[in-house]
Design a protein around this ligand. Structure first.
Ligand SMILES: O=C(O)CCC(=O)C(=O)O
Ligand SMILES: [Fe+2]
Length: 292
């Protein structure tokens, strides 16, 4: 049973607070190897050699305008050829944490997204307060309804360097916005004064798992090194709602022999589950329309 930095079982803490901070999901040997791999892909993304990147000025996919990079997409893509990301995504320690959080077994896991969040080089950049799969403009009735859709998955940030870019509103993951929160998300979405906000400070090697419905934002600073692994995994119960969130990132490159050959043994079933889920959702490619 894995516990968080306060010795609370991670699944209990995540359900209760909407986020949980955990130590040691990266080993001491993995940390430098992951950093080196990140350096190589960051250089490729900044130089434009790697086109799958998040660009300053745009928060949600697709990213088509600009050249200052705040995220590198698809670190598991075989063209990047950085095996350490697959080794870590399929590592026993990480999979055990995910199974505990999702109260499931490895056979039911679903392979999903793995990206990298980095500091831009030229501009500071703020993400707005948001929930990942519920647009700010929805009515309270619609918000209430969407909040009841179960996630069947989890997402996390794992910092390779000190990282205090993420802000969350603890406990906001299961309730509709208060009038003040609603006002901020619509009229002042980059507010630095959200009531109850908490700045999540991660030390190198620490991970925060967070409910994708928690109200959150992030502040990116060009002067402060950031390389934070940003990933998600689900379960076979996810269905179309989860497919939509995932496939808006465009994952058709996973339908290649090169990718399938690169899969860690521990991830072969989770990937087969992803393919079955796409087929079950009636998608003939691993791509879908943006949500926001
Ligand atoms: O930068 C972060 O830590 C959060 C990123 C985020 O909220 C997102 O990609 O939806
Ligand atoms: Fe987000």
């Amino acid at each position: 049973m894995l516990t968080d930095i306060n010795n609370v079982p991670i699944d209990i803490a995540l359900k209760k607070n909407g986020y949980v901070i955990v130590d040691n999901l990266i080993t001491e040997e993995q940390l430098p190897t992951l950093k080196e791999a990140c350096e190589r892909i960051i250089n490729k993304a900044r130089s434009g050699e790697w086109k799958h990147r998040r660009l300053v000025g745009t928060q949600f996919p697709p990213w088509t305008e600009g050249d200052d990079v705040w995220g590198v997409q698809h670190v598991l893509h075989p063209d990047l050829n950085e095996k350490v990301f697959m080794e870590w995504y399929g590592s026993d320690t990480l999979l055990a944490a995910i199974c505990q959080l999702l109260d499931t077994s490895r056979e039911n896991l679903q392979f999903e997204l793995f990206n990298l969040l980095i500091n831009p080089q030229d501009h500071d950049f703020d993400l707005t307060w948001h929930r990942d799969s519920i647009p700010a403009e929805v009515s309270p009735e619609e918000e209430k309804k969407l909040l009841t859709v179960p996630h069947h998955g989890t997402q996390w940030n794992t910092a390779l360097y000190d990282d205090d870019c993420l802000y969350v509103v603890p406990n906001s993951h299961r309730r509709i916005r208060t009038p003040e929160e609603l006002d901020i998300t619509i009229n002042d979405p980059k507010s630095h004064n959200m009531p109850g906000q908490l700045r999540v400070a991660l030390k190198p090697g620490q991970t925060v798992f967070y409910d994708s419905n928690i109200l959150h934002r992030a502040a990116y600073f060009s002067t402060k090194k950031r390389a934070t692994l940003h990933a998600s995994m689900g379960t076979v119960d996810g269905g179309y709602h989860r497919a939509k969130t995932m496939f808006q990132h465009g994952l058709d490159w996973m339908n290649t022999d090169a990718f399938k050959e690169s899969l860690a043994d521990s991830l072969k079933i989770p990937f087969a589950n992803t393919q079955a889920m796409a087929a079950g959702a009636g998608l003939d490619t691993l791509e879908s329309q943006p949500i926001h």
